[in-house]
Design a protein around this ligand. Sequence first.
Ligand code: HEC
Ligand code: HEC
Ligand code: HEC
Ligand code: HEC
Ligand code: HEC
Ligand code: HEC
Length: 495
Amino acid sequence: MNAPETHPPTPPRRRNPWWRNWFSLAGLVIALGSLFSFLLLFILDSFAHFNNPYIGVLTYLVAPGFLILGLALAVAGALWRRYRLRTVGAVPPLSIDLARPRDRRILGYFIAGSALFLLLSAVGSYKTYQFTESVSFCGQTCHAVMQPEYTAYENGPHARVACADCHIGPGASWFVRSKLSGTYQVYATLFDKYPRPIPTPVANLRPAQATCEQCHWPEAFIGNLDRTFYYFLSDRTNTPYTIRMVLKVGGGNPSGGPVSGIHWHMSIENKIEYIATDKQRQVIPWVRLINRDTGRVTVFRTPDFTNDISHYTIRTMDCIDCHNRPAHKFISPNSAVNLALELNQIDRSLPFVKSNAVYVLTRPYKTTVEATEGIATVLSNAYPASDGLRKTIFAVQTIYEHNFFPEMKTKWNVHPDNIGHMISAGCTRCHDGNHKSVKTGRTIRAKDCNSCHIILAQGRGAELKQFNAAGEVFKHPGGELDPSMACTDCHDGTF
Ligand code: HEC
Ligand code: HEC
Ligand code: HEC
Ligand code: HEC
Ligand code: HEC
Ligand code: HEC
């Protein structure tokens, strides 16, 4: 007699499912809640036409964080419960038998659930990765901290280049490094532990070869650049003065022109190393020039620097030693007011408006709001009932908002620009006539004003129509110049 085919007996349903404890229940509620929020935010973020950085933070950082926390809590609760039951001997031995329909069903659920979870976490982590690299995460989320850099970046020539292209660059190891220091930065922001201003040079900024040179290669031949500088003196009539000059940028690729000019420092055959004795790399008493072709080495020192160089770090010069503010230039009040006057955003007919505008910009304010009010009050008192008052106030307030960040203690002289030599040392950190070759006594060239640029025309009106291709001698708008003085001995960005 044939017994009917039977399935193995299903064990009695346990009365104590693993999740029946407060920890696991709470964990499951948190996990489900954050899963729903994630899905909802994800849909919102994918279809919304606005770009709100906080949605990104919630969707790709906060929601997944809570999902993982919830699941971890649920598992911890289950383990704890199992441990407790086992100590009273109430746990039946675990047995899985795929011949049992219930076990097959559970396996099916398990596989489907895992597949869904893996898919979601793949999409989620890709999106999280993308998000933490995005300009809105770097620049806008930590609003107060990054506001100065973000504002200057938006108004600069690299406004369409992602922060990560210069601050991280390609490759896995820098990615991991940046995420590690980034994690610390998120912590510092949340707990208000960040320094004000954010110090430069950025300690572990990646060498320019891997960032700038992805887009601008060093040998590229740039040739001469034609630059016009507009000035207005601090007198009653705000006398205009214009300088038009050719900058000999040159290049390092002979197929585009002779290897020469300012970018000669970057040509492949030269290597320039230096020692800076301050953190901001503004004081450079020692420079070493190595010609890679001939192997010739020339060391230049200032006379007072006789220290043993083994106590210092030697840095190899790259793009950032000159272009240190390519994306975050904080413009000096003098230059910003000059430009606004040239564009007639500030009314030029107001007497002494140049010096008054610079004056109000440089008062000590605690907040931007206080500054905006202060600017309006001082200018209204100086020029009551004049036609150009409103546009002048607006222009000066805009200059303040774009270049002064009292909450972060950030402004032009906190982060000096190394291009040029008028209001910060810049090129004259080395080209000051004081750096002598130890062997030959030759100095790094300095006093020849025509070696880096030539002045085509200067002055105002008809004077600007006369070009001098050989270069004019600089006529200083501030009177006779003492050749032994550096421009920075007087000029500091406030006149
Ligand atoms: C074109 C390249 C470039 C881009 C794009 C860029 N930076 Fe920078 N950033 C620099 C350089 C170069 C420095 C200065 C490094 C130094 O002096 O050591 C700097 C410095 C900084 C500093 C230090 C403080 C300071 O003002 O020097 C912060 C903060 C910063 N950047 C944030 C950002 C953020 C946020 C973005 C995107 C919104 C961004 N950067 C985009 C090149 C870039
Ligand atoms: C992802 C590409 C990219 C990277 C990386 C990049 N730049 Fe640029 N850079 C640009 C573009 C695009 C422009 C604008 C070109 C133009 O206006 O003709 C520009 C413009 C410039 C200019 C001319 C600015 C001006 O005032 O007109 C300088 C100088 C410069 N970059 C230096 C740097 C330096 C230094 C770095 C590295 C810290 C760097 N760039 C990194 C793409 C890049
Ligand atoms: C010795 C200082 C110095 C070094 C080093 C240097 N530059 Fe320049 N560069 C200049 C000066 C000065 C200009 C003239 C334009 C200006 O005043 O902004 C210039 C111009 C440029 C321009 C053209 C800007 C324009 O308006 O068209 C680019 C792009 C540029 N540099 C990129 C680089 C890159 C990339 C590197 C590194 C490989 C580099 N520079 C290294 C000083 C330097
Ligand atoms: C770290 C030091 C250092 C800095 C900063 C520096 N230079 Fe130089 N520069 C040198 C040295 C060294 C030489 C070679 C001097 C020599 O052989 O007489 C040189 C040579 C030059 C030359 C001559 C190139 C040729 O054709 O022979 C020019 C032009 C020049 N620099 C422009 C600049 C400009 C512009 C700046 C600022 C944006 C600048 N340098 C910043 C160290 C520096
Ligand atoms: C080592 C190269 C070098 C030498 C030498 C040099 N300059 Fe310059 N100069 C520059 C650079 C670079 C700039 C900045 C251009 C820019 O901002 O784009 C500049 C800018 C200027 C400006 C415009 C300043 C501003 O920022 O508004 C004047 C004026 C000027 N130089 C005058 C002189 C005079 C006068 C001498 C001689 C005593 C001299 N320079 C020597 C490199 C040099
Ligand atoms: C002894 C102090 C002193 C030195 C050194 C000096 N200047 Fe001046 N400079 C002045 C004074 C004062 C004015 C007039 C300011 C005014 O009326 O607004 C002036 C005006 C200027 C202006 C017009 C500025 C503006 O925004 O109205 C330029 C450009 C200038 N100087 C360039 C230079 C350069 C480049 C050097 C270095 C080669 C230099 N100066 C060295 C004192 C000096």
